[in-house]
Design a protein around this ligand. Structure first.
Ligand SMILES: C[S@@+](CC[C@H](N)C(=O)[O-])C[C@H]1O[C@@H](n2cnc3c(N)ncnc32)[C@H](O)[C@@H]1O
Length: 336
């Protein structure tokens, strides 16, 4: 999957040395063992002592190399959706929380801290470069209530009916087999437990796709228009995500919609942007006629430049949703 291409290749030995130093300083007891699930080193966290819960009284040394390296690690694209999740997600002390497709784990870390040490977050992702980084952040930050599993969600062997809250930021509904993932989530969720997922929606980058369509027409590539429409329509919509959730047995309660704008000076800046290249470019390229990609994108870049000149910038709309569903059952233990 394309996000793997920007995974940082961590040096495990260095990671563990840094973590050990940090944890000695923070006074948190951590044992390291080979985990059966992970196929690599996994951490078994020993519950923090009352003193260690007051680590917040200790100053944080921002002059360490590790601090600077990790400070701005969150992809801005994910942040828009993650912040929406944090606005709406249920929070109570003592929750068991499952983060599905956790990536480098900013949401896991936020929830673990915001829900307090009596809550437990299980961060699941088979992308091992990302989970290695998550482990490193956990150690550096001294967060004691996250367990990381390098696994496909369908392979997670947690007990049935054991999870209070499931979150997935830009995750489940984009997986190769969303229904299999949702079926597993349903099995793991306690009756009445909530699932929150975020996604971008149809209408995403509409101004770009209008320019792309006009470019294909200008160049006489009418046979590509159907491919472009298919590509645009594969994006999630509230009804399609609702159907996926209902097919797994969940009941959809709310869909919180929002919109943000990705702004660029022109099409050249857009098309060269690293995240655009990473997340979207190969799909966009596949719409152009084979062998005509360069000519198509030269014309598209020119057209986007005209749009930017006319409007003062290139502003692309991104509709987003945070969708809240529940597993049917008793809400007795779920205080809202
Ligand atoms: C778009 S990324 C989002 C990562 C992170 N939640 C964020 O917001 O930055 C989707 C993630 O889902 C993970 N993923 C894909 N299929 C999965 C599966 N079957 N089970 C668990 N995670 C999966 C990918 O490895 C990737 O890290």
């Amino acid at each position: 999957m394309p996000w793997e291409t920007f995974a940082l290749n961590l040096q495990k030995a260095k990671t563990e040395r840094v973590a050990c130093q940090w944890n000695c300083r923070a006074g948190i007891l951590v044992s390291v063992s080979k985990g059966a699930h992970t196929g690599g080193a996994s951490k078994r966290f020993v519950k923090s002592t009352p003193q260690s819960r007051m680590n917040y009284l200790q100053p944080i040394d921002y002059q360490t190399p590790e601090f600077g390296e990790l400070y701005d690690e969150l992809p801005l694209w994910s942040a828009h959706f993650g912040l929406s999740m944090l606005q709406h997600v249920e929070m109570r002390p003592g929750m068991s929380i499952l983060d599905v497709g956790a990536g480098t784990g900013f949401l896991s870390i936020e929830l673990a801290q915001r829900c307090g040490p009596d809550s437990r977050v299980i961060a699941v992702d088979p992308w091992t470069h990302a989970t290695a980084r998550l482990r490193r952040k956990i150690q550096q930050l001294g967060v004691t209530n996250i367990e990381v599993r390098d696994q496909d969600i369908t392979a997670v062997d947690l007990p049935d009916n054991s999870i209070d809250l499931i979150v997935s930021n830009l995750g489940i509904n984009n997986f190769d087999n969303p229904l299999a993932a949702l079926n597993t989530c349903f099995r793991l969720a306690k009756p009445g437990a909530s699932l929150f997922l975020t996604t971008n929606l149809q209408g995403h980058l509409a101004e770009f796709y209008d320019a792309y369509r006009d470019t294909l027409i200008e160049l006489g590539h009418h046979s590509c228009l159907e491919h472009l429409d298919r590509h645009i329509q594969h994006r999630a919509a509230i009804p399609s995500v609702t159907s996926q959730l209902e097919a797994a047995g969940f009941i959809v309660y709310s869909a919180y919609e929002s919109t943000f704008h990705e702004r660029f000076v022109d099409g050249t800046a857009l098309l060269n942007h690293h995240f655009i290249r990473l997340a979207f470019m190969q799909d966009w390229r596949s719409v152009a006629p084979a062998g005509q990609e360069q000519a198509t994108f030269t014309a598209l870049e020119r057209r986007l430049k005209s749009v930017a000149q006319a409007q003062g910038e290139l502003s692309l709309t991104v509709p987003a949703a945070c969708i809240h569903a529940r597993k049917p059952g008793s809400l007795m233990e779920i205080s809202s």
